[in-house]
Design a protein around this ligand. Structure first.
Ligand code: PHB
Length: 390
């Protein structure tokens, strides 16, 4: 068995774990990251695509990559579509902020490359990861692809291991706050030009549709489906027919269609683990909380967590007593705002079985209120582009 000593052991090499390790290195704190998946698997998994203003700033200002500015696309607003008409909520006009369309996969690639460049210790494709002694001197154990056992001894252990976290169970006595939804998203990647300048979040009685984008020739779209839906049961024709029916409206707007090359059904739930710390174990990103994708908050929350976490760890290793106590409460303030925003967008835009005419009319009233009032749309704009740092 090999033994490595480090200050911070990080379980999970997705954006949260890699960003944390990058920020710590810049502060002179060493860390080791272990990740169960192979790098190539993460690099080829499609995830969400919207970055808040401060997330972009963080990637650029901390030297991860400028690529987000050259390859990413600025989005100055979103379209809310209901009653068959698109309504532009123009973030720039309302509050002078934008978001960037830059897929999570690219954020991961940039972070992994930054670690290569800077000599970061990131171990992909590890097996049988376990952690122990989180209230004393924490340890991570794992086996590598050749079957050799490894141990990492650290002062602080960070669980950034995603929604199926194994570290979360070590937060003794935590409360899991859950909200299940009676639907999921069917996600597709297709070869087509963008259908509009901005993303379209569409309400319809047949269910929600989101027309997102990737490049000039590839688009990402989603439609609300049953959580037990099987992606392979849908042909391209059936998918486009359903999308067409949900988008159809008096303005005659149509989605640009094309061959579909990926179909996946995405889980949909809200979850928060409180507290986010037990002794020397701290959770970050999806390990601590999951949001439904409607508000595009998941990756942004993970990056906001590790910004706070890196700051308190720097003070902790600088000798400040009690610095770690600040982490959970500060991170959770943003988490609950994002939980509310994601829930609000979801319930405003999705249809539920058994909804009455009253329920649908009420949703349309809510949407009219948001787009018809500068204060209503500014509320959406502030939340979507991201709250200031706490
Ligand atoms: C995406 O492009 O994958 C995306 C965009 C906005 C969302 C969710 C997902 O709200």
């Amino acid at each position: 068995m090999t033994v490595t000593r480090t200050q911070v052991g990080i379980v999970g090499g997705g954006p949260a774990g890699l960003m944390l390790s990058h920020l710590l290195r810049r502060a002179g704190i060493d860390s080791v990251v272990v990740e169960a998946r192979e790098r190539s698997v993460i690099e080829s998994t499609n995830r969400a695509g919207i970055l808040e203003r401060d997330s972009v700033r963080m990637l650029v200002d901390t030297g991860v990559s400028d690529r987000v500015l050259t390859d990413g696309h600025e989005h100055r607003g979103i379209n809310l579509r209901f009653d068959g008409v698109n309504h532009l909520v123009n973030f720039q006009d309302l509050i002078g902020a934008s978001t960037w369309l830059y897929p999570q996969t690219d954020v991961f690639i940039d972070l992994a490359n930054a670690h290569d460049r800077d000599g970061g210790d990131v171990r992909f494709g590890v097996q049988d990861t376990d952690v122990a002694d989180v209230t004393g001197q924490p340890r991570i154990t794992y086996t590598d692809a050749e079957g050799t056992a490894h141990e990492i001894r650290c002062d602080i252990l960070v669980g950034a291991d995603g929604s199926r976290s194994i570290t979360r169970a070590h937060v003794e006595g935590h409360t899991p706050y859950f909200k299940e939804y009676p639907f999921a998203w069917f996600g597709i990647m297709c070869e087509a030009p963008p259908s509009a300048d901005e993303l379209i979040y569409a309400h319809s009685e047949r269910g929600f549709v989101l027309a997102s984008q990737r490049t000039e020739t590839v688009q990402r779209m989603y439609f609300q489906c049953d959580p037990h839906e099987k992606a392979e049961n849908w042909s391209d024709d059936q998918i486009w027919a359903e999308m067409r029916a949900r988008i159809a409206g008096q303005d005659g707007f149509e989605l640009k269609e094309g061959p579909i090359f990926e179909k996946t059904v995405l889980p949909f739930r809200s979850f928060v683990c409180e507290p986010m710390r037990h002794g020397n174990l701290l959770l970050a990103g999806d390990a601590a909380h999951t949001v439904p994708p409607t508000g595009a908050k998941g990756l942004n929350l993970a990056l906001a967590d590790v910004r706070v976490l890196a700051e308190v760890l720097e003070r902790h290793f600088g000798g400040e007593d009690g610095a770690l106590d600040e982490y959970g409460p500060r991170a959770l303030r943003r988490v609950w705002k994002a939980q509310h925003f994601s829930y609000w967008m979801t319930s405003m835009l999705h249809s539920v079985d058994g909804a009455t005419d009253f329920d649908v009319k009420r949703q349309l009233g809510e949407l009219s209120m948001v787009v018809g009032s500068e204060r209503g749309s500014s509320y959406l704009a502030e939340a979507y582009t991201g709250w200031p740092e706490d």
